[in-house]
Design a protein around this ligand. Sequence first.
Ligand SMILES: [Zn+2]
Length: 88
Amino acid sequence: MHSDLYRCRVCGLEQDDPPWGEDGLVPTFEICVCCGSEFGYEDATLAGVLRKRAAWLAAGAKWESPRFKPDGWDLNSQLDCIPIAYRK
Ligand SMILES: [Zn+2]
């Protein structure tokens, strides 16, 4: 799905550019400002995504770059946006 291409596989945050490119195959190696995942590294496999997400949630779901955190941010709404193939 197109919209899934713009979402972090780990935390579901919408990104300005697709983390794995327009074809979903070539990672940008950018860092998610929310969960801190590096696209192409922690999110390269389903197991890696689930491991990183569990660790991020266990640590309190903190923003890697808090200045990007919107007012009224809702964790569960964002988790609902995780690409379907990377949900548990
Ligand atoms: Zn993320």
